[in-house]
Design a protein around this ligand. Sequence first.
Ligand code: FVH
Length: 289
Amino acid sequence: MTTISVLGLGAMGSALAGALIKAGHTVTVWNRTQSRVQPLMTLGARGAATPGEAVAASELVVVCLLDYASVEAVLAGAEKALSGRVVANLTTGTPKQARSLATWVEAQEATYVDGGIMAVPPMIGTPQSFIFYSGSEPAFERHKAAFELFGDAFFVGPDAGLAPLNDIALLGILDGLLSGYLHAAALIRASGGSAEAFTPLAVRWAGSMASLFPDLARQIDRGDYRAEGGSNLAMQAAAMDQMVEAARDEGVDPIFIEPMRTLIHRRVTDGFGTDDSAGVIELLFLNGR
Ligand code: FVH
């Protein structure tokens, strides 16, 4: 068991610290608002009065704060203690922010690991939780056993920006699922139906559509979208027109599905009507693929 420090005891930081304590680690915690420290001390953590004191206490320093601005401010206050430490920053941010913070941390003679948490606090330490890591692979490997206490640990590369990149990529799927589900439920409710009664088949449908991802991935990596599955874009353009019209007829704003309709029509106009839907991705690359 190693000693580990945790900076930030919000909902997520408290869950991370709790998992480390439960596994028997000696854990030092710091939080800006003191009232959040006491529950962790009751579980067995040591409280630090300042971020510097917490950083000085352990080689591995897990940081989970609101955003990168708060991380930068807190670490700047602990600057003198950082040399020789491994900073594992599990705060949500952008790839650019992670790369910039990694450069600053390394300038303090410390090592940087970034993490993108794919779980909500009650899931930490359960089989539902997984976390992307990037940055220093030797530091990740050295502390992997501790990271695995939070959930499955996936190292995605030495570029510190890769963990947040994978994180926001998966969050995009969440947004797509949520907007699709809300559109569907609005249609059902607007015509007097029950969202609860409809939802079991919505779950089944989402699962069967997700099972198509590997086929889409193969076409995307090859850049070859010639029709394989019988759902060409010209057919889908006509279907999307009907979906938008039907939503309006039923008193539902088609705002969630209109962007997809626009993209599919653009792709058909560009001459790719016989292709599969994955080809729409070509319209998303702002700087070429
Ligand atoms: N909770 C979740 O579902 C998600 C799941 C995926 C990952 N996120 C990210 O985790 C980061 C922390 O989220 P959280 O849920 O712990 O958030 P809060 O409960 O709101 O706690 C925020 C902590 O940040 C501290 N803090 C905020 N601003 C500052 C600052 N300027 N200086 C120092 N500390 C600051 C705050 O301290 P206090 O308000 O208690 O004093 C909390 O410790 C986040 O990136 C999520 O996106 C969670």
